[in-house]
Write a protein that binds this ligand. Sequence first.
Ligand code: ZN
Length: 240
Amino acid sequence: MRVAVLSDLHSNRPALEAVLHDMGSVDQVWVLGDTVGYGPHPDEVVARLAELGALAVQGNHDAAVLGRIPVGTFNAQARAAVEWTARTIAPATRVWLAAQPDMRVEGSFTLVHGSPREPLWEYLISIPVARLNLAAFETRHCLVGHTHFPLVFRDDDGQVESLTGGEGARLQLDQRRCILNPGSVGQPRDGDPRACFMLLDTEGGLVEWRRVEYPVAETQRAIRSLPLPVSLADRLMVGR
Ligand code: ZN
């Protein structure tokens, strides 16, 4: 099965459209949370995912928009965007978001937003934290988002190594347990503003990261036309 693994779309419709165009024909689309928040197009992004029959999990921004978790821990810009999103989304968008669990298991893959032991909150960015989490899921592989960094943590006989999933990077999965992050579609933070995602061949175990240009200015214009912090538009151009 050919699967597109997307994360942190953050209500960025032009970025999602560019990614869908680039991925070609796939059997399934998996989404690792933070479908909404920050960006200007929550209804459009969710409608597109619903139409594709995407299998998603909730991220912390999705859960905050649904009122499941308090926004007090979010920074001011993130909170403003969560509050705007919660105020303006269509009922169908809310229903779709609420139908997504915090964790899914698909074949040999566990899907979460943050980490397997803290699905909504934990940032999997360091080897010590990865080591603890490599023991915290039942399947062989785990897919996470949340940090907006394309990254892999792999258990090589007790040694945890990290690998970068940059543009064109490929990884052949084997019996070694690993945690894979596709990077962010809608708000990359690794200094490259292009949308980032992963293609996965579940039988052959081949993973490929892709980087796609999209009309950033279009998303920026939409953000500036709404009561959203302008800094959320500015950061998209620099990928931070
Ligand atoms: Zn995010």
